[in-house]
Design a protein around this ligand. Structure first.
Ligand SMILES: C[S@@+](CC[C@H](N)C(=O)[O-])C[C@H]1O[C@@H](n2cnc3c(N)ncnc32)[C@H](O)[C@@H]1O
Length: 257
């Protein structure tokens, strides 16, 4: 697994990999914090201005600045991530200790990315660090206001239809090796429970191949009565990652238990 996108930087040897991830995923010294900006989220999810008027959930937002910047623009955004169980000082220290390693890994794997909107490794470092600093500056206020919630898939502490839109960036599908099909199905259904529409990006896993869980997830969601589409977006940084999954609830079609 490449560090550049990693949640977990230390990979097990002989131990069962899934068990290892379950046990250690949310110990901060195993996490490599890495967050995107509001502009990247806008492009990744084809966000229209009108959609920013609704209630938005960012699931797995980590140290992204989406919530901080969306709130500044007057949006009602809530982010949930298990990383929010840690203090600002702890997250900041972890960003400081892992930043150089992440940049080094990206430099070694430059051919896996498209250097257009972001033109160099140095610019990427500046853009990501600026986003994470914006997150850190907003974190204490956001925690107090309930905009940053310590919660994790596949079970979220929200009521049915509480959000108009749920966004999930660089978690589902990307971590297909670590998170199995059952986790993906349960998580997608949970996101559909709490939001009227769900968007997920990217649909590729590490190494640039389509997630092995994508086809089964789409089938499962359609069988559950949801409208599902895969749409091209105006964003491509990881080579080949330029599509999002859009799931719209059609409550009249949802099959009961
Ligand atoms: C690669 S980061 C992506 C951060 C942000 N979404 C972005 O695109 O910049 C993945 C995030 O998923 C979070 N995460 C891991 N497992 C999760 C789970 N079960 N539920 C919600 N978030 C989770 C991690 O803590 C981390 O912040």
């Amino acid at each position: 697994m490449r560090l550049a996108h990693s949640i977990v930087s230390i990979v097990p040897g002989k131990r069962d990999r899934k068990q290892f991830i379950r046990e250690t995923m949310f110990s901060l010294d195993q996490i490599v914090p890495w967050g995107r900006s509001f502009d990247e989220y806008s492009a990744i999810f084809s966000l229209a201005d009108a959609e920013m008027a609704g209630r938005i959930l960012g699931c797995g937002d980590g140290p992204a600045s989406f919530n901080a910047e969306a709130t500044r623009r007057g949006a009602k955004a809530v982010s949930c991530d298990p990383i929010y169980s840690f203090s600002k000082a702890d997250i900041e220290a972890r960003i400081t200790t892992t930043y150089a390693q992440v940049i080094d890994q990206i430099r070694q794997n430059q051919n896996e990315f498209i250097w257009k909107a972001i033109s160099s490794v140095e610019e990427l470092g500046r853009v990501r660090m600026a986003a994470m600093q914006t997150f850190l500056a907003d974190y204490p206020a956001g925690l107090a206001e309930g905009r940053y919630l310590n919660a994790k898939l596949p079970s979220l502490p929200f009521s049915d239809g509480e959000f108009d839109l749920a966004l999930c960036s660089h978690l589902l599908f990307l971590y297909s090796q670590q998170l199995d099909a059952g986790f993906h199905h349960a998580s997608l259904l949970e996101l559909c429970r709490v939001a009227k529409e769900v968007r997920v990006f990217p649909l590729l896993t590490f190494g640039g191949t389509i997630s092995p869980h994508l086809e089964g997830s789409v089938e499962m969601l359609r069988e559950a009565g949801h409208h599902v589409s895969i749409e091209r977006v105006n964003y491509e940084f990881q080579r080949g990652a330029c599509e999002m999954l859009r799931i719209q609830r059609d409550d009249s079609n949802i099959k009961g238990p």
